[in-house]
Write a protein that binds this ligand. Structure first.
Ligand SMILES: [Zn+2]
Length: 428
């Protein structure tokens, strides 16, 4: 029943135009950024005449079984679930929305071949034999990696900047957002993207792109970035130390990771920046505001800004549900108006940086869901931006030569425009 098909056919699920645009981007040698030249001009596609057949696409509907779809297509004697083990696919991944391409004989109109892609890694092909039974094969989908530089001005937000600088053909909107969020994550210790960005700030980044043989384009990883935000320059280079996980380092080989995250809510969740209003909307009085408010949907995860020990987790007047954490060097952080607490969060337990300690809510005096965050040094509320922290941990001396070679390679890519280039061979 199982047979490998060495030929990789085009799969009709994906518009050929995507493939053409992808190829144009890949093979452009003009030195311009290809996405700057791509436009919406229709492209005449060559028509290839082959055996008389037609391909009908049918989409698995919500609540529908595969059997129902096959029977609608007049397919008899094909048991997809029965082939799952032999073809090593998970029948549960055959979900609503999945497109089945059914090839039908042009004269008899009988189905002769069915293609479906349960995931990004393989497509399944079922072919009807002359005896009327069905044979299945799993065909791996090949992905190639390239790198591209992206640069521009950030006028309102990182996501908006990526939308402006990148065309649909380079990365679609969903993948662009992933790239923007990944860039924010790389710099999560240095920049609070929901409140640090000023008009005229700039970014440059080198990211990996994965391109499938079907022409789909996905965001891969951030390899390097160079940010000019609010008067500061932060450069980041991906590197994998000989003993350890890949991380980001600055020009001097110091880790970007610091004792405190710049923000306790991930940038992707913050809806409208921060408000530093002194006028309290509930109390109706002017008062000193000792924290930073992050507007986010109720239920958004709140993470510990740094390693420490929970010294309070419970109800606290106007703060509502409050978590307070003690860190090193006389620093405490407070997270207020929480809807609820993270698993196991109670006074006395240790937490690690990034650990979810609660969810955004509006308990206590709050007119809408938001996180009220306080950063205190020896009990005095401070803006964490104004606090000078220790530099990141430097790379081990033995890692320096390899890091420097990789840094130079990435620095060149950061400065150079041009078409997407083959991915450099990084240690990770
Ligand atoms: Zn507040």
């Amino acid at each position: 029943m199982f047979r490998r098909n060495p030929r990789i056919p085009r799969f009709p699920r994906f518009p050929a135009a995507v493939g053409i645009l992808g190829a144009a981007a890949l093979f452009s040698t003009s030195g311009e950024w290809p996405w700057a030249r791509l436009d919406d001009t229709p492209i005449a596609l060559p028509i290839v005449v082959t055996d008389p057949y037609k391909v009908v696409s049918d989409t698995l509907k919500s609540g529908e079984t595969i059997g129902a779809l096959l029977s609608r297509q007049g397919v008899i004697g094909l048991d997809l679930s029965g082939l799952a083990d032999a073809l090593s696919f998970d029948p549960r991944r055959l979900r609503a929305g999945l497109v089945f391409a059914v090839r039908r004989d042009a004269i008899s109109d009988t189905p002769t071949q069915i293609d479906v892609r349960p995931d990004d890694q393989q497509r399944l092909r079922f072919i009807r034999t002359s005896a009327g039974s069905w044979e299945g094969s799993a065909i791996p989908i090949r992905w190639t990696t390239d790198t591209m530089r992206l640069a521009g001005e950030i006028s309102t937000s990182l996501v908006e900047a990526f939308d402006r600088e990148m065309s649909e053909a380079t990365l679609d909107r969903n993948e662009r957002m992933k790239a923007a969020y990944a860039l924010a994550d790389v710099n999560a210790w240095s920049i609070d993207f929901s409140r640090d960005v000023q008009p005229g700030d700039r970014f440059a980044t080198v990211v990996e792109r994965l391109v499938s043989e079907d022409g789909e384009v996905r965001f891969g990883r951030v390899l390097a970035s160079d940010l000019h935000i609010n008067g500061r320059q932060i450069t980041a280079y991906r590197y994998t130390p000989a003993t350890g996980k890949s991380a980001f380092y600055d020009e001097e080989g110091k880790a970007l990771r610091r004792a405190f995250l710049a923000a306790p809510v991930e940038f992707r969740h913050v809806s409208s920046g921060f408000s530093n209003r002194r006028f309290h909307p509930v109390l109706g009085i002017y008062r000193k505001h000792e924290g930073i408010d992050y507007a986010a949907n109720s239920g958004t995860p709140v993470r510990a800004a740094g390693n420490g020990t929970v010294i309070r987790a419970g109800r606290a007047g106007g703060y509502g549900n409050l978590v307070e954490i003690r860190h090193r060097d006389g620093i405490t952080t407070r997270y207020a108006h929480l809807r609820g607490f993270g698993a196991g969060i109670r006074a006395g337990v240790g937490v690690t940086q990034g650990q979810v300690i609660g969810q955004v809510g509006m308990t206590g005096t709050a007119t809408g869901p938001h996180l009220h965050y306080e950063f205190r040094v020896n009990g005095v509320a401070r803006d964490p931006r104004s606090v000078k922290f220790e530099a990141g941990e430097p790379l081990d001396r033995s890692d320096r030569p390899a890091f420097e070679a990789q840094r130079q390679l990435l620095a060149t890519l950061l400065q150079r425009g041009g078409a997407p280039a083959p991915a450099p061979l990084l240690a990770d």
